[in-house]
Write a protein that binds this ligand. Structure first.
Ligand code: PXG
Length: 285
């Protein structure tokens, strides 16, 4: 027996959890998703994730055949059925089965999939020693293309940037927008610290409005830090005292090198460490 997967209207065994090869999610990346953590059996920020899923779906005119409360209950059911205490949920809504042509109107029934399983974290050593990153040549999607706020099933923009990092034996790349401003990592938001003040790019730069990002902004303000959402340049990264990334998978992780320049002391900085501790306390509370 494999995992129990939520498929449309109920749980099925992993071996039975199948979608059509004519699903436009597969054929065209036509769909949306969320990645969510479970801490101590509790789904982290479930409402915020479901809200974002519905916003992504609305932006691509994908009607989710379920209401948000029902989706939340089904998520909880899937977590419990798999006895997940600390893990990861992947929620997917595809356009569904259609014809071999772009026309999304040929897809009559969107498919809802909820997987509750484990998650591959960055190696623990990196939370101690920090991450080395590069600036990607691949530009973040222009907001007039697929807006980066939409968590769509087409992640090629990010995957191409990720490959640039992997080619250089690094795990993450920072992406810039069409104006040269910093947006985010391939699967994480970015924060920069200079003279004790914390900065993160506004979502209008082309960054996803990360759930972790929003929690960290709140925790930073509650703990008395000056926190600004403003455009940042590559130069701002090069001269930062500290940089860290936030995301569902990464949580809060220090960056100690970018494009061969070491950041601050070359070790995760003090404010990064404080916010990681505050974040860990917040998710377990
Ligand atoms: N930017 C992008 C482009 C993302 O995909 C984030 C920022 C951080 O957002 P959250 O809401 O997670 O704080 C993401 C999230 C994975 C994986 O499998 C990726 C994400 C989330 C969960 C898993 O690599 N990306």
């Amino acid at each position: 027996m494999g995992l129990k997967i939520w498929l449309n209207d109920g749980l099925v065994d992993e071996s039975e959890a199948k979608v059509s090869v004519f699903d436009h999610g597969l054929l065209y990346g036509d769909g949306v998703f969320e990645g969510i953590r479970v801490y101590g059996g509790k789904v982290f920020e479930l409402k915020a994730h479901i809200d974002r899923l519905y916003m992504s779906a609305k932006a691509i005119r994908l009607p989710i055949p379920s209401d948000p409360d029902e989706l939340a209950r089904n998520t909880q059911t899937t977590v419990e059925a798999n006895n997940i205490q600390d893990g990861y949920i992947r929620m997917i809504v595809t356009r569904g089965k259609g014809s071999l042509g772009l026309n999304p109107l040929t897809c009559k029934t969107p498919q809802i999939i909820i997987i509750a399983s484990c998650i591959q974290l960055y190696p623990l050593e990196l939370y101690e020693n920090g991450l080395r990153v590069i600036s990607a040549n691949t530009m973040r999607n222009h907001p007039l293309c697929v807006n980066p706020q939409i968590k769509s099933l087409n992640y090629l923009n990010n995957i191409l940037a990720k490959l640039e990092a992997l080619d250089r034996d690094m795990l993450e790349a920072i992406m810039y927008n069409h104006e040269g401003y910093v947006t985010e990592g391939t699967g994480d938001n970015i924060f920069v610290i200079r003279d004790g003040k914390i900065y993160t790019p506004p979502t209008s730069s082309g960054a996803l409005e990360g759930i972790t990002r929003n929690v960290v902004i709140k925790l930073a303000r509650e703990n008395g830090y000056e926190m600004f959402e403003q455009n940042l340049t590559r130069y701002d990264l090069y001269i930062a005292d500290e940089i860290f990334l936030t995301g569902t998978a990464a949580e809060v992780i220090g960056v100690v090198e970018i494009d061969g320049r070491s950041i601050g002391t070359g070790r995760p900085g003090p404010i990064t460490k404080v916010l990681l501790v505050k974040f860990e306390a917040y998710v377990r509370k």
